[in-house]
Structures are given as C-alpha cells and as structure tokens.
Design a protein around this ligand. Structure first.
Ligand code: UD1
Ligand code: M6R
Length: 371
C-alpha cells in the first residue's frame, strides 16, 4: 500500500524517520535509572566474546548492502581495533579468497536471499568462520543459515532501489561497532556521542527530507545530462558510491562514485564546465581535504554541486558559483545516514522527470536469486 505516495521508492524514502526508529527500538538504553548508555543486540549477545577474539572482520554483500557495510567500516575499525575488510560476494567467490576459522564474516543483505551472498555464506561456513547475518527479512535463507545476527527491522521494502534498508543497515552496523568495542574510559565520551546521535537521527532525517523540493529543482536541471560524478571520502566514500548507484539504477543515467583521494589519479581528466560534479564535503576529519578538492575542481571550471553541513555554504563554494545542498550535521560516523537522503530524492525525481519506471527499473529484480 503506497498510501498518499505515487511510488514505493518515494514512500520508502519518506518513511525513513519511522524505519530508523523501529531499527533502534529496544536496542539502545540511556537515561532514567540506567545512567550508562548501552547497546543491546539480542541476537549477538552470546557471540560477542568470540567476535572480539577474531583476527579479522570481513563484510560481505552486494550492491547497496555492500555500500552500507563500507559506510560502517571506519567506526567498526575505530571502536573494535580489529581489522575490517570488504568483500563483494561475487568477487570473493571468483577469487576463492581466503576466509579463516579466526574470521568473523558478516553477511549484509536486505532480502536475505541474494544468490551471490548466500553462496559466499556457504563458502565461509565451509571455511569455519563465525558467520553473522544482518538482514531485513526474518526467516530468510541468510537469517536461517548464519550462526547469529541482527534483523534491521526496517519493514518491508518493495521498490527495487534500496533506500530505507540502507540507512537502517548503517545504524545496525554502528550499533554492532558499539557492541563489539570495549566500554573503556578513554572511549566513553565517543560512545555516548554516537548513542545520542542515533537517537537524534529520525529528527535529522525528517529535517533533511525537507530538501525534497530543492532536489526536484536540481533534478530538473540535470534531466538531460549524460552523466553525474559524485566525489566522497572517509565516512562518505560509501555515500558517493550509493548515490551514484541510485542514479544509474533508477534514473538510467550514468553516474560514478569516486574516492576523492583518487581524483588526481585519473578522474580529474573528465572534469570540464559541462559535466555535473557533486562533492560531499560535510564536517568531519576530511573536511579540509574536501575543501581543497573543491578548489581544484573549481580551478578546472568544474560544474560544481556541493553537499555541506548547515552554515558552511560560504566556505565550500568558491566564488559563490556552485549549487549547495546544506544538510544537518551530526556525529561523523552517522553522517552518511543523513547525507544519502538528498541523493535518494535526486535519483527519485530524476527518474520521474525522465519518465522511467521508478519501482521496477528495466532489467532489474528486487531480489537477485540467480548468479
Ligand atoms: C528478538 C525478536 C523480537 C523481540 C525481541 C525481544 C525475532 C525475529 N526477534 O529480537 O521480535 O521483540 O527479541 O527481546 O523473533 N539471526 C541470525 N541471522 C540473521 C539475523 C538474525 O541468526 O541474519 C538470529 C539472531 O542471532 C537471533 C534471532 O535471529 O537469535 C533474532 O534476531 P533479532 O530479531 O535481531 O533479535 P532481537 O533484536 O533480540
Ligand atoms: O537483498 P540484498 O541486500 O542482498 O540485495 C543486494 C543488491 O542486489 C541490492 O542492494 C541492489 O543493489 C539494489 N537494487 C540497490 O538499490
């Protein structure tokens, strides 16, 4: 039931304040008689000790689920101190890459039925790794066949383009990082700031959804373009990949997410005054590096669209010539949850304006059950 919305994708983008609320429900505790802020992931509590002892955590997934894991990787590394590596399921299988008994392999899948991810799960089970599932679908193959896991509880996702599952996956993996990471005095302030940030998320997402009209205007401007580049780094490298995936998958426009640190190693050659180039430059430890990326793109007459934190428009826009998307700021590791929303809206409006099928893009299926 689409309610008052025209498409499931539109509905699912707009219901993210609610889906994020159900994702965190009962899993974060703070205030009241219980002063300490803690995380409780029921599905993992008996396995946390084993996970903490693992030599490596390997994230495995496809498409948007892979991107969500990539967004959560930095905070998991920071809080756990355990090396975290990334695998696209099909690539792990193609290489028959090494998976060890001492590994924790985390399988991320909205549907829980993706064939590549399921085959990678079988492979990791054969190799003796502890297998953890992060899925939206209770009783799915991945939920059943993993040793333990967490349901993201985002509610059914109908649109082929994954939107609300992405943001809920990131939140679950941030909670996973908190659950695995030790509760030491030195990281207490950081942990509390993240937990407070998770509680603030539904309101921040509600706020960023108000950019809907502005993203529609931007879509109108980009309607006839051939391509859109999206530069990100750090926590928001994943945002650039996921934003580009949304644009190509539903709006049928070429789009590429690019690690900004790689700009001079090739992609800069593409930049000219006609190619729309979106740079994610919200406040975090990479901000000054992104400011310099913007300067360099501007020097090459790049057609700039900059996403920045509220109040930063003047400091990110050289000569006041670029389009600016201002988003509310929050704890750096949760910023990807807010930053993806304008890009979801952009992809949605581009698709409608270009006259393509929003919920059933050509050639694609919601759940990819063949290899
Ligand atoms: C569970 C209940 C929830 C209830 C809550 C009360 C279910 C599905 N969830 O939620 O309705 O409100 O207790 O405390 O009944 N699992 C996997 N692989 C996966 C995902 C999950 O093995 O990919 C396992 C978990 O290890 C766990 C079980 O499935 O044993 C349920 O996981 P989850 O729903 O995340 O647990 P709770 O949040 O505790
Ligand atoms: O159900 P899964 O999360 O395993 O699906 C993985 C991908 O097929 C999926 O995310 C795909 O990339 C989406 N259509 C992206 O919007």
């Amino acid at each position: 039931n689409k309610g008052s919305y025209k498409h499931y994708m539109q509905k699912e983008i707009h219901e993210q304040p609610e889906s994020l609320t159900t994702t965190m429900r009962g899993r974060l505790l703070r205030g009241g008689s219980c002063k300490a802020k803690t995380v409780l992931l029921g599905g993992l509590k008996d396995h946390l000790k084993t996970i903490r002892q693992s030599r490596r955590i390997v994230f495995i997934g496809c498409g948007t689920s892979y991107n969500a894991a990539l967004a959560a990787r930095p905070i998991l590394e920071e809080l756990s101190g355990i090396p975290v590596t990334m695998e696209i399921a099909s690539d792990l299988l193609d290489r028959q890459g090494p998976i060890y008994r001492e590994d924790t392999a985390v399988f991320v899948s909205q549907s829980g039925e993706t064939a590549d991810t399921l085959s990678a799960l079988e492979y990791a089970l054969e190799n003796g790794a502890l297998c953890v599932g992060i899925t939206n679908t209770v009783d799915s193959a991945i939920a059943r066949n993993t040793h333990c896991g967490v349901h993201i509880n985002a509610g059914a996702e109908i649109g082929v383009a994954s939107t609300k599952a992405y943001t809920s996956q990131i939140v679950v993996m941030a909670m996973l990082a908190l659950a695995i990471g030790g509760d030491t005095i030195s990281n207490q302030a950081r942990r509390e700031a993240i937990i407070d940030g998770v509680f603030e998320l539904p309101n921040k997402v509600r706020e960023v959804l108000k950019l809907d009209g502005m993203m529609k205007d931007l879509a109108q401007e980009l309607i006839a373009e051939q391509s859109l580049l999206v530069f990100g780094r750090g926590y928001n490298y994943a945002t650039s990949l996921e934003g580009a995936l949304k644009v190509k998958e539903v709006a049928l426009m070429h789009s590429e997410g690019i690690l900004a640190g790689e700009m001079k190693h090739g992609p800069l050659a593409l930049v000219d005054e006609t190619l729309p180039t979106l740079v994610i430059a919200t406040r975090d430890a990479c901000f000054s590096k992104q400011q310099s990326v913007i300067q360099q793109l501007h020097a090459r007459k790049g057609r700039l669209i900059v996403m920045c934190s509220k109040g930063d428009a003047a400091s990110v826009c050289p000569g006041g010539t670029c389009r600016v998307i201002e988003v509310p700021q929050l704890e750096d590791c949760l910023q990807p949850v807010v930053n993806i929303v304008p890009l979801q809206l952009l992809a949605y409006h581009l698709t409608v304006l270009r006259g393509f099928n929003v919920d059933q893009p050509r050639n694609l299926a919601k759940s990819v059950t063949t290899q």
